[in-house]
Design a binder for this molecule. Sequence first.
Ligand code: DX5
Ligand code: ZN
Length: 230
Amino acid sequence: MAMNSIKIAPSILAADFGRLAEQVQLAQEAGADLIHIDIMDGQFVPNITMGPLVVEAVAKVAAIPLDVHLMIVEPDRFLKSFANSGAASITVHIEACAHLHRVLGQIDAFGCRPGVALNPHTPASALSEILDMAHIVNVMTVNPGYGGQRFLAGMTGKIRALRRMAGDMGRDIEIEVDGGINADTIKTAEAAGASIAIAGTCVFQHKMGIAAGIQELRRATAAKDADGDF
Ligand code: DX5
Ligand code: ZN
């Protein structure tokens, strides 16, 4: 595998929660780079998922970093809990934060990598004054709240713009693409400059199993094409 291939972060939102530990281990063994955990509160998004207890349970079986995506209002109230539960990175929504500068500073102070997520309607330029504090930008390519939705192709311009903004600042940030990732859309996202592909349905609900889902994404990426020359 080439060095700079797009990383794959399976989202456990699409996993079988009755067998969560086993499924996380399978994803890890199949070469997942991170585990993505979607936290929803029924207020910021129209769905409720899990809290720090589940992150803690996943942390017990995962050796790879846990990427926690908070789709909740007032995320500052819960940063410490998620940091203590084993999150390596914590991403908050710009739309949920009146004081984003402070929140990113708090995440950093709790020892996690700070991330900012953008809903589809939020432009890349909304991050111009804050990008220097973010280690991760999550570009939502669906409206957050549910797995299994269709990739919004119009978001690729935003990925490109963010990669340019980061380059202009001399920063090598992670750009995540989140929602509707499959073997086709991962190519589009990678070509636009995304460095982490978050994938739920196409990994955990792949007909041939979790490892096959990850391999299918891997094979679709540019790095695999390069390897194919050997
Ligand atoms: C959506 C979540 C995504 C979701 C992606 O609100 O943020 O992480 O799990 O799921 P798929 O890959 O099924 O679109
Ligand atoms: Zn997510």
